[in-house]
Design a protein around this ligand. Structure first.
Ligand SMILES: [Zn+2]
Length: 140
């Protein structure tokens, strides 16, 4: 794992999650723990940005304890360095608001891997843990 990946990200850079906000005002507060995503979609975007910037700590901590396997960190450490993320598009969502305890977000994302252009479609499930949104799995 790289040391202190956060230090390499310029805060005025556009946030990769697609909101057209600058990173400093968008997903960074979630990544550094200054704020918590209020909705499942915000967490989905923050996790996409974390994949983009290879912030494995955030990817682990934002995974629901039920899905946080002992191998998760090692697996993430391997895959994040193989993927060059290109875009995120939210297709649909259900529940996942401030008031909900569960939610689903369907998205399409594109990345390069080994010179290949790959498009993924996933229906992520999110579930609150101690009042905070966490990623559960892709079985939505
Ligand atoms: Zn963002």
């Amino acid at each position: 794992m790289e040391d202190e990946p956060m230090l390499k990200i310029r805060s005025r850079t556009d946030c990769p999650c697609g909101t057209k906000e600058i990173y400093h005002d968008c997903c960074r507060p979630y990544h550094i723990g200054k704020a918590q995503p209020a909705t499942a979609e915000e967490l989905m975007r923050a996790r996409y940005s974390a994949f983009f910037f290879r912030l494995v700590d955030y990817l682990v901590s934002s995974t629901h304890p039920e899905s946080r396997t002992p191998e998760l960190r090692t697996e993430l450490d391997e895959i994040v360095h193989e993927m060059m993320w290109r875009s995120l598009h939210i297709v649909s969502k259900s529940k996942g608001t401030k008031e909900d305890k569960k939610g689903k977000v369907e998205f399409m994302a594109q990345y390069h891997h080994d010179g290949e252009f790959i498009e993924v479609e996933e229906r992520s499930r999110f579930k609150k843990y101690k009042g905070q949104w966490k990623y559960l799995d892709d079985r939505g």
